[in-house]
Design a protein around this ligand. Structure first.
Ligand code: CIR
Length: 253
């Protein structure tokens, strides 16, 4: 169970954020409203929410998930692979020392963004992406081992981050799309296939037996409900324009 979360208000400069999709420029005011609904949803799931101010220096800084991996034993500050995002870690580090006694770091030449890290109990799958390299993954595995946890690297080709295409919903249930359907490491889970028009919803977010689902993906929503979860729809259309999804917008611990 999670009790706390951290989010960061989007900055006006988000309209200049990194993106690989052709969905247009985000509407900033709309994004602010959607972000507030997202915060409400986290509270509905029982989380205390720490809200960080916007920082115009970092257009993508609302995607706070990428800057740290929070485990039950330690916090790990990442080293984002995107050069425009590297400076985001300084603020997050200052915040996390208030919550964690043990704070570790990924360092050069290792790069890692925590959107590439999926927690399954005490094991962490680490996507090797354009943002997370093999050195970053191996540093992370060493840190996890030090605290009695494990990690393993997963290859990926077609998505920005591992969790853009696969999300663990606890109780052995795994949402998968595209290339991850056939991945050998995931075959032991109860795979819920999310495809075609709905593949964006493969990034849904388990929080304390609720699952946040992006608004507008009814097939995914009902597949998740059939498994016994309570779903909460959240509109994140403006963040999707920057390759962002539900998990990217918070740190949960
Ligand atoms: C980026 O390209 O870094 C941002 N525009 C989106 C980050 C999304 N984060 C995530 O999937 N964890």
């Amino acid at each position: 169970m999670f009790t706390k979360s951290i989010v960061k208000i989007p900055c006006e400069n988000m309209i200049r954020g990194l993106t690989s999709v052709n969905l247009g420029i985000p509407n900033y005011l709309e994004a602010l409203v959607q972000h507030q609904y997202y915060i409400n949803a986290l509270r509905k799931c029982g989380l205390e929410v720490t809200i960080l101010d916007a920082n115009e220096k970092y257009p993508d800084s609302t995607f706070v998930e990428d800057t740290a991996l929070l485990t039950p034993h330690c916090a790990i500050i990442t080293n984002p692979g995107a050069s425009s995002r590297k400076g985001e870690i300084h603020e997050i580090k200052k915040i996390l020392i208030n919550f964690y006694e043990m704070v570790e770091e990924i360092i050069e030449p290792g790069t890692l963004e925590a959107g590439d890290v999926m927690m399954v109990g005490a094991h962490y799958f680490i996507g090797l992406s354009e943002r997370t390299n093999a050195q970053g993954a191996s540093q992370l595995i060493s840190i996890l081992n030090k605290y009695g946890m494990t990690g393993s690297a997963v290859s990926l080709k077609n998505v920005l981050h591992l969790k853009s295409g696969v999300s663990y919903l606890e109780n052995n249930n795994l949402l998968v799309t595209g290339e991850f359907k056939y991945h050998p490491e995931f075959q032991k889970y109860n795979l819920i296939l999310i495809d075609g028009e709905e593949k964006y919803a493969a990034n849904s977010l388990w929080i304390n037996n609720n699952v946040l689902v992006p608004q507008g993906f009814p097939i995914t929503k009902s597949k998740i409900e059939v498994l016994g979860y309570q779903t909460i729809e959240v509109d994140v259309s403006e963040f999707r324009k920057l390759d962002g999804g539900l998990s990217c917008l918070s740190l949960r611990f």
